[in-house]
Write a protein that binds this ligand. Sequence first.
Ligand code: ATP
Ligand code: MG
Length: 655
Amino acid sequence: MNTQIDNLLQENRRFAPTEEFAKNSVVTSSLYEDAAADRLEFWAKQARDLVSWETPFTRTLDWSNPPFAKWFDDGTLNVAYNCLDRHVEAGLGDRVAIYWEGEPGDSRTITYAELTDEVKRTANVLAGFGIGKGDRVAIYLPMIPEAVISMLAVARLGAIHSVVFGGYSSDSLRSRIDDAEAKVVITADGAWRKGKVSSLKPAVDAALAGKDGDTQGTVEHVLVVKRGENEVDWSEGRDIWWHDVVPAASADHTPEAFEAENPLFILYTSGTTGKPKGILHTSGGYLTQAAFTHKSVFDLHADTDVFWCTADIGWVTGHSYVVYGPLANGATQVMYEGTPDSPHPGRWWEIIEKYKVSIFYTAPTAIRSFMKVGRQVPQEFDLSSLRVLGSVGEPINPEAWMWYRKVIGGDKTPIVDTWWQTETGAIMVSALPGVTETKPGSAQVAIPGISVNVLDDKGNAVPNGGGGLLVVDEPWPAMLRGVWGDPERYKETYWEKFGDKYFAGDGARLDEDGDVWLLGRVDDVMNVSGHRISTAEVESALVANEMVAESAVVGASDETTGQAVVAFVIIKQSHLDQAEKIADITSSLRSWVGQQIGPIARPREVFIVNELPKTRSGKIMRRLLRDLAEGREVGDTSTLADTMVMKVITDQVQK
Ligand code: ATP
Ligand code: MG
């Protein structure tokens, strides 16, 4: 079988860091040399420099039983101590840890000293519920400070958190509670979203009522934060208000040290391509790589920067770059409860102006939705504090990258496009903003200490200019330690294909400089007349057309070509108003793609739609569009952000 992925898109723009940025950068290119000279020693040094150990480790990596890695395994530490107490002990207690902004406009400023006290109190409450090392706690909370406090309180006790995104249904919550056998659930009455209070507690009640209405499974207690002030049902004995117990608890709590491989959290993947997997992460290696990447990829100057990662804590990005990375580094950050457009479309830019955010990290889906509305919205705000912009979650189309740099970054900020996964725990491939000459649309190079490659199906490295499957060559500190309760699935999914190399499931190509360009999921690659074409490249070509706001492309079976390209596009309102006939738009987009990247990629059909099916982290679920394009019944939609959206799209397509 031919697994080479054809390489269609040309992109020649380049942006070098300014001299001044490079001069003040926290890291230099010597990091790559240090890591190349002795990779394990490089990581051992990061672990010693960035993390405080109760018992220093003497072993860096134990890979004697692959694919089960152990990092720093004879060392002990407390993860929460590393994120809190040690900063207070170092005299930074008054530094702001979190500027929290509620959707209706209320706000809270929390220093490291205050955050440390809150976590100690909460840890005492959880210990009172019988939570200790190895126990699982499910966290089903909105973006409020108690989410961070809860995660750290669980970590402080050596217990394991499983954060379930607050938008998931009671069924999804129940299956995650059951899979992990959680003893406690932490939730809220409700939270602000899109100008209204949406309730959370009823989903917990429904989840714990179980299918037969008579069992709460393994859960003994539900701790409830009051945020929405909405009415909730109450189960006496089981349910406890946060405000009744946490403020009254003692703020004395001595952190116990746990071994580096003590599990820290379970997090379920988003299910874009299959049934969600409970990804298991442990303590020392994870914290080391989260802290190292947060510092080096974002050029963090902890004493002056204000960092904002917009990810929900329900995703891995929220774990590594809202909680563990920034707090281990003693950074000051912004946390926002609501949606980007409430109560007005400039809300995010207003927050950047208000807190003088200097480092901003978000997803391409958000950038494209701002592009759709237009640059006049961000232009009303002072965004001059920004100096580094980051992207994560999907390939970023070159046109979206350029817009991000010009409109949000004032044509001066470096952009780091960071490739990683729930499984990798932390950033793996990214430019370093003071070092790398960036290329719009490319994630570029493995970070120092990480080794990635692009292989064909037989495991041979593809030459520069070629495309294939992205792998990680060597074990890395923040790597997943397994799939919760299912070691076979761990081996099968990630290690069966290439034996000693981690198979990420993503397609990628290498350009002539050896830089990495992500091409989307291998499962989504299209095969047209024997040419393997990535969805990412055709989508980028479509978005480069001035009429198109967003697009999703799938390969649908075709009698003559095997598969044919089928595109779903959202047209900018201004162009829809002008268009004489929809047929003119679709035929001009078909020829546009033909001109941009070649006749082989020319879509057989282009459908104009108002929405695309996305997961709650903003990823397009192409498998559902493929079902539609091939005339099948649409598959499982339970992890879609909006489960009605497929019906709307189906109606539009069948019209
Ligand atoms: P599931 O595995 O259940 O489908 P998921 O993979 O969507 O869930 P995540 O771990 O959140 O869950 O997403 C990781 C994936 O996101 C990567 O495998 C890749 O496809 C995509 N991704 C993340 N960052 C980037 C990036 N910078 N460029 C391209 N793709 C990215
Ligand atoms: Mg995945």
